[in-house]
Design a protein around this ligand. Sequence first.
Ligand code: LER
Ligand code: MN
Length: 272
Amino acid sequence: MRYGACSWILGDTPLPEVAELLSGLGYDGIELFGDWERYPARRTQHILSDHGLSVFSLTPENVDLAHPGSEIRKAARDYYLRLLDYAAELGSSLISCHGAVGRVSAIARQAQEEHLLSEEVSALSERAEALGLRIALEGLNRYESHLLNTAGALRSFADEVGSSAVGILLDTYHMNIEEENLAGAIRTAGRDLFLFHVADSNRRAVGRGHIPFFSDVLRELDQTAYTGPIVVECTAPGPDPFTTMKGPDWYEQTFDEVQKSIRELRRLEGAS
Ligand code: LER
Ligand code: MN
């Protein structure tokens, strides 16, 4: 198995330090926050390749592809189109995509916003197909987004879009809140599972919450013949789930969570 971690969980830490940390802990890659000004493609490639790290995927900025306001939607579309180009420049084959984090109800009607989202993702899929890239739609829990909360919803949505460039991203932290059955959700995504995020039930390191990673997650990924990486997206304990920069010790705490996660994942992998 290949392991990565999301860059955003390390807050404002400069990329060379993030790369040093991840490679030092034995990670194989990174999910890079999709900010091409902060991470210019050529320099970023050098830093990451010097540390033997691949760009497994790109995390989007918090834009709103389903907003009923056409200007907000267009800004989101333009951002994602540019993100695809940036992915191609970086040599990454995958971007993540999800509902606007923090918008937990429809402004228009739910069905209308789902329809708007599918139109936008269809348009993005054409660019992705032309560039030979893929888009992984992530299921978020209901406290972060009103769109695509479960593997079943992602499955129906991806089927409706009907592009081979569009697949599914499951995240154990969100799954723990939304799914009836963790292994069943992985089976539902099946061959369209493009990417897998892990954090424990409290968004801390793997092994520091109560998700049955060995029996219900890793075994099922194996049985589903998942070939993508596992990307760690845990945060330090405390309020505000969207940042890890929570206090004077946030960096040491996040380091500890990221270290614990890969140790636990490798231990569980070895036990199988
Ligand atoms: C993004 O991967 C995610 O899981 C969201 O919860 C970020 O806020
Ligand atoms: Mn995630």
